[in-house]
Design a protein. Structure first.
Length: 120
């Protein structure tokens, strides 16, 4: 079983959605991430090189969510998974939860979200 780094409540403006309005006007997206990796070495060495630099992970996530508009939040979450697994070799896996708090629908509810789990 892997250790976990949690990054929660990452707020990013993006232009994702199927309607033209969603692609023209930025809206808030919230990302929660669990990074699965062995943290025992970092715990002993106190060296950033022995773990994943979560400040850089935050930058990567913000770049993806604020970047190329996608129709589906499923695609945005998949993009995050693919890029993080490709870039951070220490990761054994990760879980991404991408929240869209104010989707443009008539029904009153607190938002939509997708969760994707990927492992090496």
């Amino acid at each position: 079983m892997a250790d976990t780094i949690f990054l929660t409540g990452i707020e990013v403006l993006g232009r994702h959605g199927c309607s033209e309005s969603e692609r023209q006007h930025e809206q808030l997206f919230i990302v929660d991430v669990e990074l699965y990796l062995d943290l025992s070495r970092a715990g002993k060495t106190d060296d950033l090189g022995d773990t994943v630099n979560y400040a850089q992970v935050l930058t990567d996530i913000k770049k993806i969510v604020s970047g190329t508009p996608r129709n589906l939040i499923e695609t945005v979450a998949e993009d995050i998974c693919e890029i993080l697994l490709r870039k951070y070799f220490l990761l054994d896996g990760l879980k991404i939860t991408l929240h869209k708090p104010a989707p443009p629908v008539k029904e009153k509810f607190s938002g939509a979200a997708v969760q994707i789990v990927r492992n090496r």
